[in-house]
Design a protein around this ligand. Structure first.
Ligand SMILES: Nc1ncnc2c1ncn2[C@@H]1O[C@H](COP(=O)(O)OP(=O)(O)OP(=O)(O)O)[C@@H](O)[C@H]1O
Length: 567
């Protein structure tokens, strides 16, 4: 298989793709159940390499090859990054397999299956979190969050919206590496800006942002950042924060936590199609800092900026990576320093839980005792706040050349240094063009720690510093945060929108001042990312309403019905 160099588009038609049979692999066990098939842990017979096989069943004559699979393959071929799952190959099966339940007499109708072959990951975040007694430390949460944001920043810079960020789509291996997976709902957004509207029936309900719930069909990478905010709070809080049962309840939950949006905190919101329908009768108040008062100041500050109602003012992945949270103690730990766990995928942990529940019920019946309800399930256990995993001293880096820009794809290379140049902000690539003269933002890579002389940018770049070195030893910004340097000057996501400038750019403050007077992040100066839908999109909403009434299964937080026809 031809693989593009890191950061380059994989434009080669890989002749071998699809030419091999699944028989080259031996299935070990099922590790996932997706909308269009199962996911298996498998071993390549010739090499012994363990992989994940995601099956796409082809025997549904009506729908043909699912559009989600086509998108996933197309997009994954383009994306090459250490925080994005690697699609290695496509293999096929021509006839029915053991697990295909073919009705008698229908074997000749069987269209065969296609499998995506992925690198194998030991866990997904939901499965890992659900392990009994699982405790994530703060450095571990920071480590996962930073990898999540790095992968997402890469996607956004390469003009890909993920549109289904949730714990079960964040895969983690036993080296602590986190990768974004399941690009079945993803899409490229560059050509969409002036073209067709996008469906708002994307993103699993609990992680779906208010603009989609309100029916926007012109949206931006900010949709993914809302989901990231939900995951972040979930990791710290110990359970999902907005578990709505349907769209209306989901918006109510958002309003209870973040206040219902209005023209002061989100100009233009009242024109969104479902605004009036979803508007609550009672007044609401933003309560993020009350509800999550146990979070430390920097975590809360970052969360506020992720859960900002107005998508234009919501923090970008790039700016989130630059947030104080990641640059104050305890620092994110090195992925490789994380403990290794027995494999845990959501599918398996759910199954184990079900089995346990059944056993308990049977035992209870046998003993003829009073039925005891199992303890309420929280998807994540409480956080042990001060567990010591070697913290990494981090410091903004001076002269990283981590940029490759080939054919519109930007790659975030081998160094995880913040900022660049003089007393610019700490955001990657602020004002400094990467190789090739583009003014796209800079990048974060896997090696995040910078050593070298203290004080300001321009110091030498080195490898990892000693784990116990304090932050002061390596830090030192060219300008204090208040000097206004931290806001990046680059174009955030390719051709979309204007520069994210230091001016407020019309973003109203949404959450009052934080303790200590942390200033609120500003929005995108200049052109907004998101245009309000106009009458021409009403059809879409009509279609959506009709679709929900005819033939779409009822929405569920885990398996919403949007996958039928994503745009
Ligand atoms: N490369 C992989 N390595 C290990 N496990 C994987 C891998 N890919 C997927 N899985 C497991 O399978 C599950 C389902 O995978 P995925 O989300 O890609 O399938 P899907 O059909 O798109 O699912 P869904 O319909 O839930 O979105 C994941 O949550 C994960 O637990």
């Amino acid at each position: 298989m031809t693989v593009a160099l890191p950061g380059q588009l994989n434009l080669d038609e890989t002749l071998s793709w699809g030419s091999r049979s699944v028989d080259f692999f031996e299935k070990i066990e099922q590790i996932g159940e997706g909308t269009y098939g199962q996911v298996y842990m498998a071993r390549e017979k010739a090499t012994g390499e363990v992989v994940a096989l995601k099956k796409v069943r082809m025997d549904n004559e009506k729908e043909g090859f699912p559009i989600t699979a086509i998108r996933e393959i197309k997009i994954l071929k383009k994306l090459q990054h250490e925080n994005v799952i690697k699609l290695k190959e496509i293999v096929t099966s021509k006839g029915p397999e053991k697990e295909d339940q073919i009705k008698p007499g229908e074997a000749n109708k069987f269209k065969g299956s296609i499998y995506m072959v992925f690198e194998y990951m030991d866990h997904d975040l939901t499965g890992l979190s659900d392990r009994p007694g699982m405790r994530f430390s703060v450095p571990q949460i920071k480590c996962y969050m930073r990898q999540l944001l790095t992968g997402l920043h890469y996607c956004h810079v390469n003009q890909v919206l993920h549109r289904d960020i949730k714990g079960s789509n964040l895969l983690i291996d036993n080296n602590g590496n986190l990768k974004l997976a399941d690009f079945g709902l993803a899409r490229s957004f560059s050509s969409d800006q002036n073209g067709q509207p996008l469906t708002n029936r994307v993103i699993t309900l609990w992680y779906r942002p208010p603009e989609l719930l309100m029916g926007s069909t012109r949206y931006t990478p900010a949709v993914d950042m809302w989901s990231v905010g939900c995951i972040f709070a979930e990791l710290l809080h110990g359970k999902p924060i907005l578990p709505g049962k349907n769209e209306t309840e989901q918006m109510q939950k958002i309003a209870d936590l973040c206040a219902f949006p209005d023209e002061t905190n989100w100009p233009g919101v009242s024109k969104l199609p479902f605004y009036k329908t979803l508007k609550p009768d009672r007044p609401t108040k933003r309560r993020v800092k009350d509800v999550f008062k146990s979070f430390d100041r920097h975590a809360l500050e970052l969360l506020e900026r992720m859960l900002t109602l107005d998508p234009e003012c919501r923090i970008s992945a790039k700016d989130a990576l630059d947030a104080e949270y990641f640059w104050t103690e305890p620092f994110p730990c090195l992925p490789s320093s994380l403990p290794k766990y027995e494999a845990s995928h959501e599918y398996q942990t759910k199954k184990k839980r079900q089995q346990k529940r059944q056993q308990q019920e049977e035992a209870a019946k046998r003993q003829k005792t009073m039925h005891q309800a199992p303890p309420p399930h929280t998807r994540l256990p409480p956080i042990q706040q001060q567990q010591h995993i070697p913290a990494l001293p981090l410091r903004p880096g001076p002269n990283q050349q981590a940029h490759n820009l080939v054919q519109g794809t930007q790659h975030y290379g081998n160094n995880m240094n913040r900022g660049a140049g003089g007393n610019q902000g700490r955001a990657p690539g602020s004002g400094r063009p990467p190789h090739g003269g583009s003014n796209l933002g800079g990048g974060y890579g896997p090696n995040w720690v910078v050593s070298g002389g203290g004080g300001g940018y321009g110091g030498p770049v080195g490898g990892y510093t000693a784990p116990n070195m304090g932050p002061q030893a390596g830090r030192g910004y060219g300008a204090p945060p208040s000097a206004g340097g931290r806001v990046s000057q680059g174009v955030p996501y390719g051709g979309m929108g204007g520069n994210r400038g230091p001016s407020v750019g019309g973003c109203a403050q949404q959450f009052g001042s934080m303790n200590g007077g942390v200033s609120q992040q500003t929005g995108y100066g200049g052109q907004p990312y998101m245009q309000q839908p106009t009458a021409q999109y009403v059809d879409i909403d009509g279609a959506y309403a009709n679709a929900s009434n005819s033939g779409f299964p009822p929405p569920s937080p885990h398996r919403p019905d949007y996958r039928q026809q994503p745009h």
